[in-house]
Design a binder for this molecule. Sequence first.
Ligand SMILES: Cc1cc2nc3c(=O)[nH]c(=O)nc-3n(C[C@H](O)[C@H](O)[C@H](O)COP(=O)(O)OP(=O)(O)OC[C@H]3O[C@@H](n4cnc5c(N)ncnc54)[C@H](O)[C@@H]3O)c2cc1C
Length: 275
Amino acid sequence: MPGEDAEAALAAAEAFRADDIGTIFTRLGENITRLDEADAVATHYLGLIDAIAARGLDGEASVKLTQLGFDIDEEGALDHLRRLAERAAVSGRTVWIDMESSAYVEGTIALYERLKAGHSNTGICLQAYLHRTAADVQRLLSLDPAIRLVKGAYAEPAAIAWQRRHDVDANFAGLAVSMLEAVRAGRNVRIGLGTHDVGLVEQIAGHAAALGLGKDAFEVQMLYGIRTAEQRRLAREGYVVRDLIAYGEAWYPWYMRRLAERPANVVFALRQMLP
Ligand SMILES: Cc1cc2nc3c(=O)[nH]c(=O)nc-3n(C[C@H](O)[C@H](O)[C@H](O)COP(=O)(O)OP(=O)(O)OC[C@H]3O[C@@H](n4cnc5c(N)ncnc54)[C@H](O)[C@@H]3O)c2cc1C
């Protein structure tokens, strides 16, 4: 994280301008328990969207539904998202919905279907570790969706999710190729590959080329501070690259998921705490 406040995130995004790397901003936080907290989150994101536009940044916002009160009031969360999408549309920008644990997947997709019907500038994250995702991709294709495909960050049971890295990677590649084939067939799908797995990205780029599609048929989205040199290299080589910058005070659960993904980070984090 570049810092806890939006200003630090915006300043970090400025540094990517010269490399032609766009950004996605997310304010950390999830599962709020009072509706006035959801109102405050929505108000924060409206201000953020204005700040992105005022600075002329190629930036987008990404939110968690549970941050917008989805646990308490689903319609209210949808209303908040509509307001964010309307504000982002003023400057021609997109708003993304993160994907949370499996308990929220169906609700998030159903809400996205309703949101997308009136707001074309919206996107959703789907997780390759889930068995259901191939059907979800097909379900969403007719909406001309923006889909950020990720491997998945939560601990999900074997009944619904692949457990082995090899299986998740194979499904990731298969899902990406199915979206590229839809693009090739004339569908309007914005594909985001949210992964630091550069080998997988290059494998998918090979499939895109075989389908006669260019490097701009998809974009690569990575987290701030992870594989930064690779982000720059990919951008130099003509890939569309976006860096997701997270900020905020509620960093603990997010940070723990990042540590769980890569135990080596625990050692790294402990080293930072030493004098
Ligand atoms: C832009 C973006 C948005 C995301 N949004 C969501 C979301 O909405 N919902 C969701 O469930 N998940 C989300 N994720 C997280 C995602 O599901 C994975 O948990 C995470 O990206 C790690 O998997 P990987 O694809 O990078 O592949 P991995 O196979 O885990 O990693 C590939 C390589 O990348 C490097 N790497 C990966 N993670 C780290 C790390 N934390 N620190 C240092 N190096 C690392 C390592 O070298 C590793 O070998 C998002 C990820 C990105 C990049």
